[in-house]
Design a binder for this molecule. Sequence first.
Ligand code: NDP
Ligand code: MG
Length: 383
Amino acid sequence: MKTKNIAVLGSTGSIGTQTLEIIRNNKDMNVISLAARSNISLLQKQIEEFSPNVVCVFDEKKAKELRENIKGAKTKIVAGMEGLIECAIISEADIVVAAVVGMIGIKPVMEAIKAGKDIAFANKETLVTAGHIIMPMIKKYGVKLLPVDSEHAAIFQSLNGENHADIDKILLTASGGPFRGKKREELKNIQVEDALKHPNWSMGRKITIDSSTMVNKGLEVIEAKWLFNVSCDDIQVVVQPKSVIHSMVQFKDGAVIAQLGTPDMKLPIQLALTYPDRRYLPGKRLDFAELGSISFFAPDFENFPGLALAYKVGKEGGNRPTIYNAANEFAVSRFLDHKLSYPGIIEAIEASLDHVGFVQNPNVDNILETEAAVYEFLQSALA
Ligand code: NDP
Ligand code: MG
C-alpha cells in the first residue's frame, strides 16, 4: 500500500494516543500533522517520535513554549483556530483523524472536507451540532466520513453491502455506565471520582462523565441520525452492560446484523485508517464459552433524563442539539472542576433549553452564537 499520511487532531487524548499506537505499528502510515490544546510535554515526545511537518498547540502561550523547547527540529509549530485548521488541511494529508473533544472541531472538520480529506471521525459533538451542514458537504466534496465511535463503526460494518431502503431500525447498544440501576435520588451525591469509573472503556474525562449520565448515548443517537440518514424514531437504544455487541441493524425482513468484539477502540480507529481493508490487530479475542451469556435491558429514561432530552432535541432540530451539547460541555467541565453537583449537569441542560432561543436552520455562525448564548446564560445562572 502507498504510504498514508495522517493528520491527528487531538493527538494527546485517549483516541489520539491510540491512533498513534496504530500508526506506530503500521509501517505504511505516517504522521503529517498533530494538534492538541495545551499538553506540550506529550506533544514534544510525539514530535520526537513521528517528526510531523506541522503541530498546532491551540493555547498560544503553550505554543510559544513548545517552539522554544524544540528549537532546531524541522516541525513548524502553529497555534489557535487558524493553526488547528492548518493541521487539518495540510496538503500532504490523505486522512484527518478528528479526535478533539467538543464542538471546537466544527471548523477544522469542515475545512478538511473542503480540502478533500477523508475523515476518521470520533468528535461526535461536531456532528451533533453541525450534522445538517457537514453531511451534505461530505457528498459535495466526495470524501469519506469513517466513524470511529465504536457503536457507529459497528453500524457502518453491519450496513456493509446493504441497501439503505432496507433498514428497519438501528439498535444502538449502551453499557448503561457505572450507575445503571440507580434512581435519580441516589445520584444526588455522586462525586467526580465515582463518575470517572467506567465499567468497560477507558476514555477521556468528558466522555466518561457523559457515559455515566447517558448524555453520551443521547449524543450518539443524534450522531447516528446524521451518519446513517435515519430519524431518531428509527434508533432504539438497547442496554447491554458488557459492551460485547457494539451495535446492530435490523432490516425490513426482520434480520438483525451486529458487530461484536472485545471493547477496544483500536479496532474502529484502525478500520477507519485502512478501510475497506482489515488488518491484524493484536489483542484479546471474544471467548463465547467464557462469556456464557449476554444480557439486555431497556434504557432507563426516567432516572437518566439526558437520553430522553437528546431524543427530543434530535427531533426538534435547528439549534436545539447545539443548546443541549453546549450546556453539557459547560456543565461537565464545571462538574470536573468540583464547581457543580452531579444532578446539576442535567439541570443545566434543561434550563438552557428553556432559556436560549430557537434558530431553524443554523449556519456555523448561528451555531457558535448559540454556544456563546448558552455559556453566557450558564455563567450567570450557575454563579
Ligand atoms: P480526551 O479528553 O482524552 O482528548 C481530547 C483531545 O482533544 C486532547 O488531545 C486535547 O488536547 C484535544 N483538544 C481539546 N481542546 C482542543 C482545542 N481547542 N484545540 C486542539 N485540541 C484540543 O478525549 P477523547 O480522546 O476521549 O475523546 C475525543 C473525541 O472522541 C470526543 O469527541 C469523544 O466524544 C470521542 N470519542 C471518544 C472515545 C474514547 O474511547 N475515548 C470513544 C468514542 C468517541 P490536550 O490534551 O492538550 O488538552
Ligand atoms: Mg460510543
